[in-house]
Unconditional design. Structure first.
Length: 306
């Protein structure tokens, strides 16, 4: 059985589209379709139900998908080990990052060190329009190797903690709440809010806290750059709740009365991906280049936790 046929299956199952899978694999659509038919014939079972409108996994396809990904990962590990034996580490890693990266560490310096140590590994940095929520899917589907991740991880991911920070409220100096030192979510909820887009880890944490207290709010501006949110608050456009490591110049910072789960930033991979030497090396470099603001954060050591 050819590994590329398994890769066709995983890509189509991930995208639920032969066209998108072919684009992702840099292959002709006809080649992918023929490969799927060949794989199904070899296995003696239908993996995908294809129509002119859509593609769906069959029951057999759903059951075999996870094992198929494990086989591909095992073959990739074998190739990596063979490559290392012959001429050192080679390949490409894709890293999911976010616009508030400077809060965590000096990423350019870290990646420079990695490239110096591993010159045959190419690096690709990507953002997600859906923040950590999008990264979770991309990691599980194999589109990313490592990602900075600010959500409670699903069981399919392994994580190493980088940073933990409490949430605080921000208001502009002339706001009626600015005279207080502590504010409740109930007091903030009726105000217009500035927040990250839906799916970002920071916003998910805030919305979870509001939902726990059955509070609703109106987000009047979505700002993808977490570091820029205080600038919008300072104009009087709205209030915000942010991790307490952001420069809040121009705003009044208030403690939040209700307990909130802190903002946690992890390095995340698909389960057992850190067994790949290149992935493990990238994680080690990223951990070693945390900024001083993260030095006191709790960090998992040794094997990543699930």
């Amino acid at each position: 059985m050819e590994t590329r046929l398994l890769e066709y299956f995983v890509a189509v199952a991930s995208e639920l589209s032969v066209t998108e899978a072919a684009r992702r694999l840099y292959a002709a659509q006809s080649t992918v379709s023929a490969g799927l038919r060949s794989l199904e014939a070899e296995l003696g079972v239908q993996l995908l139900r294809r129509t002119t409108q859509n593609v769906q996994l069959t029951t057999a396809g759903e059951e075999l998908l996870a094992n198929t990904q494990q086989i591909i990962d095992a073959v990739e590990r074998l190739r990596t080990l063979a490559s290392e034996t012959a001429s050192g580490q080679r390949g490409r890693l894709t890293l999911g990052t976010f616009t508030g990266q400077d809060l965590v560490h000096d990423l350019p310096a870290a990646l420079r060190v990695f490239r110096t140590r591993h010159p045959h590994i190419d690096l690709r940095l990507v953002l997600s329009e859906r923040g950590s929520t999008g990264f979770a899917e991309d990691l599980v589907r194999g589109r990313l190797d490592v990602a900075f991740f600010a959500l409670a991880p699903p069981p399919e991911l392994d994580v190493v903690k980088l940073l933990e920070a409490p949430f605080v409220a921000l208001v502009e100096p002339s706001h009626p709440l600015a005279a207080d030192t502590v504010v409740s979510l109930a007091q903030l909820a009726p105000e217009p809010w500035i927040d990250s887009p839906a799916g970002y880890g920071h916003r998910v944490g805030v919305e979870h806290a509001l939902a726990e207290h059955r509070l609703r709010r109106q987000v009047v501006a979505e700002v993808a750059d977490l570091l820029a949110i205080p600038k919008y608050v300072a104009t009087g456009m709205g209030v915000a709740v942010v991790p307490d490591i952001i420069d809040s110049s121009g705003c009044v910072k208030l403690a939040i009365a209700e307990p909130m789960t802190p903002w946690i930033v992890n390095l995340a991979t698909r389960q057992n991906a850190a067994e790949r030497p290149a992935v493990a090396a990238l994680i080690d470099v990223l951990l070693s280049h945390r900024l001083p603001t993260t030095a006191s954060a709790q960090q998992a050591h040794g094997t990543p936790s699930r």
